[in-house]
Design a binder for this molecule. Sequence first.
Ligand code: KG4
Ligand code: ZN
Length: 367
Amino acid sequence: MKILGIETSCDDTCASVISADKDKIKILSNIVSSQTKIHQKYGGVFPTLARREHEKNLVPVLTRALKEAKLLKENKIKISKQEIKTISNILKKGKHLPIEKFFKKYQKPNIDAIALTIGPGLEPCLWTGINFVKALSFFWKIPIIKVNHIEAHILVNFPSFKNFLPSVCLIVSGGHTQIILMKDIGNYKVLGETRDDAAGECFDKTARILGLEYPGGPAISKKAEKAKKGEISLPRPMIYQKNYDFSFSGLKTAVLYNAKENKVKSEEYVREMCREIQQSIIDVLIFKTMKAARNCKAKSIIIGGGVTANKELKKQFKLKAKEENIPLFCPEKNYCTDNATMIAVAGYLRKKQIKWNKVEAKANLRI
Ligand code: KG4
Ligand code: ZN
């Protein structure tokens, strides 16, 4: 079957088409339109601006995704007045969405279902994607599959983990840091999570303190590559506590104080600080995940989310997993950060199809 995935939970507008049959997943397209440049001046994502950008980007991103998947066929399609009325009711405030023109120009693609992120995420952003998909689903008469964004970060690794369950999963992104035990697809237990800032948020906020651009993760990792081992020593918050929780706001404060003491921030200082921030986060994430894997007798470890795009984290995780003789699954870089392929794959695995008028955003959705 062919599934179209749509993801708009934060600042990336994403569409992807997969073709799936039993354990085989073929990615036919994976389009991501990033808003990084727009949010850079705010040092983080500005929700109403993000919503407007999603509205502008959704039709072009979908068009590209269908075209790459060879599913876009031009045709003159008629829309009735009643259909136009329903579509504009569905889109409500979505004034920037040129969907009518799109419907008139292209025929219904050969797709069996549309998988869609309903949460967790920024509410205005989620609703933009949801209303867009509702309109597609209504007009094309294709069912919707609701997807949890966090679960999708895990399931994008399918089918590699299939014979290695239970698995301990670490999801680290800009909004979330969780250790989750997956007994089976759809059967999860949150073992621990951050009590304050997410790991990605810590990268973003400490980068800002050091005058580096948003998003902080890639900026810090780039500087860290050039660092020499120096004198700076930051805490490893909660590392030896008897739980699987995290806390990264103390690390941010430690960086803030250290940076205040060092008024002149030489390039060498910034590089060394970046190396130490990155290493502190890596140490805590790896230590706690490995502990959870051991205690739960997990047969594998899955890591995902934007922070796992970090080369050093991946390298050190792989080494540690090899040392402890446990398989580690991590997607390629483009599938670590937000993408719609993971939504399509999760939709394929979760299966439950519903009608367009039964979908709502759940900004605080839990796994
Ligand atoms: O999963 P994601 O794309 O979006 C959310 O669901 O939040 O994650 C974004 C986060 C940002 O905080 C960003 O700084 C971080 O992932 N990130 C990285 C790297 N690339 C992205 N963190 C560390 N190293 C990277 N290379
Ligand atoms: Zn994410």
